[in-house]
Design a protein around this ligand. Sequence first.
Ligand SMILES: Nc1ncnc2c1ncn2[C@@H]1O[C@H](COP(=O)(O)OP(=O)(O)OP(=O)(O)O)[C@@H](O)[C@H]1O
Length: 310
Amino acid sequence: MEPIVEIQNITKVFKKINAVSDLSFSIHKGDVYGFLGQNGAGKSTTMRMLLGLIFPDSGRIIINGQEFNNGKRHLLRHIGAIIERPDMYGYLSGWDNLKIFAALTDRSIPATRLHAVLEQVGLKGREKDKVKTYSYGMKQRLGIAIALVHEPDLLILDEPTNGLDPQGIADIRELIRSLSRDHGKTVLVSSHLLHEIEQVATRMLVLHKGKKIAEGMLSDLLNPNEMLVQVGVIPAGQVQARIAASSWQPMLVGASADQLTFKLHKDNIPELNRWLVMNGVNVTEIRSKHSLEDHFLSLTNDQATATRAI
Ligand SMILES: Nc1ncnc2c1ncn2[C@@H]1O[C@H](COP(=O)(O)OP(=O)(O)OP(=O)(O)O)[C@@H](O)[C@H]1O
């Protein structure tokens, strides 16, 4: 199946900053594509290129099989986005705001569509209220309704949970899931928090200093063979000497006064525990983490180290 968006080797340089370097990826129908990267990684720059707000210095962007450039702005009708904070008229109702933005699109959008999209974002019943009375989360949902009103093939959300309270974050997360699950939407969502991406995405791309450092199905990137195991020990000092002389040494990735950290397969945890106890170590706790956060951090750190080494 042809991807909705295909990015081929795009590069964007601002003065001397390589905001995006030789980046390629594809988004297919039904994907919730997570775009993960620390601040300044190049996420917004890539999204802005996808929206024709800026153009790449080199490389190609293909939308629904056609190369996108300044002369092909009509291709943008396939995309809906919230990139910066959506500007709305606070003294008008949610309904009127939606109507105004719908009128700005290149097609005539019937009232039934406005109702449907308000329903999709969970604002039905509140559409007559003035936007200035909306919570920040509701404004964000209205922004998503505006982005969806012309029925785009791809919805782009740049850090949609930024600045929301925990309930607002949970609501947006659930909204993204429901847009995908119940309404078959394809979504590109960015975040600097792996935790956020982890909860909504089906595929993920990790961007670091403008470069792709990982891409794939979330389940593959999770790397189940590598658990980070933190062992509380008393005292840690002598233990380290014993570990150094044992087969556990290559798996030891960190040590402090009262904690040792190993990277190993889950199945090895009981064996490690037995070995520590048999060697007279007082184990106070064992915690294993499977969070993609560590994986993400190790990816970005490895990359940073690799870059420094060059
Ligand atoms: N218009 C611009 N002029 C100069 N430099 C820019 C411009 N836009 C972005 N940059 C630089 O390009 C790099 C990538 O920025 P970008 O905004 O794409 O990152 P990001 O991953 O979206 O991070 P953030 O979440 O902080 O926005 C940064 O170093 C940024 O300072």
